[in-house]
Design a binder for this molecule. Sequence first.
Ligand SMILES: [Zn+2]
Length: 493
Amino acid sequence: MVNQHSLVSANLNIFPRSFTSANGVEYGLAQFPLGPRVAVLAHPEAPVFKSFEGTCVQFGEKTLLLAPLTPHTAAGLRAQLSWLQPRPLGLKTSAGMGDRIGLATPGHVRAARAADGKIAPIFAQQSIREMTRTGRTPQQVMDDATWGIFSEGWQAGVGADADHLKTPEDIDICLAAGFTFFTIDPGAFVDKRTETASLTELRELAEQLPPEIQPGKSGLLNKSFRIENLSITFDEATLLKAAVKYGTAVAHVAAMYHHLEKAAGTRPFELEVSVDETDQPTSHSEHVYIASELKRLGVKWVSLAPRYIGRFEKGVDYMGDTNAFESDIAGHAAIAREFGPYKLSLHSGSDKFSIYGIASRQTRGLVHLKTAGTSYLEALRTIAAIDVGFFREIYTFARERYDTDKASYHVSAELGRAPLPDRVTNWPALLDQFDAREILHVTFGSVLTDQNADGSLRFYDRFTSILRANPEAYAANLETHFTRHLTPFLSIE
Ligand SMILES: [Zn+2]
């Protein structure tokens, strides 16, 4: 007998791709005038109802529960639908698509789907710095990604990146929220003085290093490595420079790793090490030093972000000689194969269209692409096409904020080169002008949190209601933009 009482036959406006079932229970994301609800349909005594709170109605012999989009509902869904639970991605080619507003995941999922399952995606990804700037918690970042993954019916698995963690407390709060990919950023411990220090000064600085990281313990002195086409020899100056520059950072990563290992217990996790946000590039010998010392200190990691040569500015293409970049990343990739294998990570990786092919080829697919703010720019592109007056207000405000907000970012945009609001004729095209793009990129925190005199948010509510009212327009912009990012990683030449 055909079962008449399925969710499909209920008179609900359900996002078509969200229909799913598990263990005899049906689920879907239903749209209502007051906002979406998670619909759960099962027999009245089904244990699943212990996981959700909401309004229940009888539907034939079954019970239909409609749950609001709360943290409790998100946790219930993740518990019931295993593909919503983040998991380690291992060495698979992967891409992190951070989202500062919490509405971008549907578009990200569509791009991942267009990549035919060949790129392992991370949808929940945000650094502590960006969470602070946007007033979001790790749990909100996780839950917003859950809604997007659920509504788009992505069941091929996801990671979740707690990005740029600097303290053990950062680890604890992200672990509690269910993150599985932990990016440790020891950038604050990288010693810049090595760039100009003499050998005598390096010897003095090395003596001040903590005992566990003394250069003599590394076993690297006078050691030579032949790694594919690279020849690296650790004479005293090379070793001391690497140890002074990165030794304290390596010790910090080891301490963070051991804290994470203990705190995670039996829960699986993976680690990324990132030193991308430093002034000086990571040389190949310094990379060998970092990898060799991390191993000696018992750290296991799945990806590493060196500071490559050239400039990785936010939201714009690579700045520098792409041939020089190719030989740089070729060496780093050879080291990653030798000491791991582990993936190389491209931070500030959005919009670097001129180097994706190189990175994919040289790493042979052992690569993680990390993007964050570019999805905010696609939100602005969506708004620019729908509400020009509002976008103009945002741009005018962003120009006022730029000189303050750029401080913690590597950007070179100048106000004087960005068009004045009065001169702009094509507003969506403003997002393709280099200076305006960076100005809009780094001011997201100010735009999303600025308050009126009465304490209400100046832009946030209108900003998010435009995106909520036009989900297809935003998702389509994201899908187009991210498909451009992912396609070069699909075929390894
Ligand atoms: Zn980074």
